[in-house]
Design a protein around this ligand. Structure first.
Ligand code: ZN
Length: 258
């Protein structure tokens, strides 16, 4: 299994990072793609990847869009030359909470779309409450659009189809185990072709609801629970979902150098 979205640079993993990574390996998670969400978090994600033999993304999350200046952009771009950096992102639009103004978010996302195109790197995206505008921006990137994953997809069947039509890949988190909030997603999953499916924990957030004990922090070691629920909903063996999503992640992030 490969966890394609894990925020190991988050301060909540500061104290016991080696143990968190080790527990994931013990549970059969073979590789973690560490998410970068700002310049400093991307730098940290790279450092963690180099130390622990992982890979990472480099980008600016829509919440952090207001920090995007030409100078920051230049520094972000310089991270892309490292072989551990396998995608541009996390980037996109989040109009749910608007921690950055929508116009800043659009500017910041457009700049990172451009980076991914220039450097021909996969794109790791986040969209919340911004489906139409997000779709519009992906569409305007057109044929140049690199392989794109909509990470932590939580939308409905119609939104899923719109992303699939654009050739996007879809990242599924523990949201799929949430019987209340995840209802639309659980229905939409039936329409997701297996060759577009990627799995992730998005830890420390979104602890799977099928975890048999209580915790206030999600971990990459719980990725098998996401795989289990997908397998259950699709009536397929867990091993098959694990194998296919692993291959998909290798293909998406072009991990054959590894
Ligand atoms: Zn996200």
């Amino acid at each position: 299994m490969i966890d394609i979205g894990i925020n190991l640079a988050h301060r909540r993993f500061e104290k016991d990072l080696p143990q968190v990574i080790e527990r994931a390996f013990q549970e059969g998670v073979e590789l973690l793609v560490v998410t970068g969400t700002s310049l400093s978090s991307s730098q940290k994600a790279l450092q963690i990847s180099q130390q622990h033999g992982l890979v990472c993304t480099a980008g600016i999350h829509p919440h952090e869009a207001r920090t995007h200046t030409p100078e920051i952009h230049h520094k972000l771009e310089s991270l892309l030359q490292h072989p551990e950096v396998v995608a541009v992102g996390e980037c996109g639009l989040d109009f749910d909470r608007n921690f950055s103004r929508p116009e800043d978010q659009e500017r910041c996302f457009a700049a990172q779309l451009e980076l991914a195109i220039q450097h021909q790197l996969p794109l790791f995206t986040h969209e919340r409450a911004a489906h139409q505008k997000f779709l519009e921006m992906l569409k305007s990137a057109g044929a140049q659009l690199p392989s794109t994953v909509v990470h932590c997809f939580t939308g409905n069947t119609q939104q899923l189809r719109a992303y699939l039509d654009l050739g996007c890949w879809i990242g599924i988190t523990g949201w799929i185990t949430d019987l209340k909030r995840g209802q639309d997603l659980r229905e939409a999953l039936k329409y997701l072709p297996l060759d577009r499916l990627l799995v992730e924990t998005d830890a420390p957030f979104l602890t799977p609801k099928n975890l048999p004990f209580r915790t206030d922090r999600n971990e990459p070691a719980y990725l098998p629970l996401v795989v289990r629920e997908i397998a259950r909903l699709l009536k397929k063996p867990e091993t098959e979902i694990a194998r296919i999503t692993h291959q998909n992640a290798e293909q998406f992030f072009r991990l054959d150098w590894n």
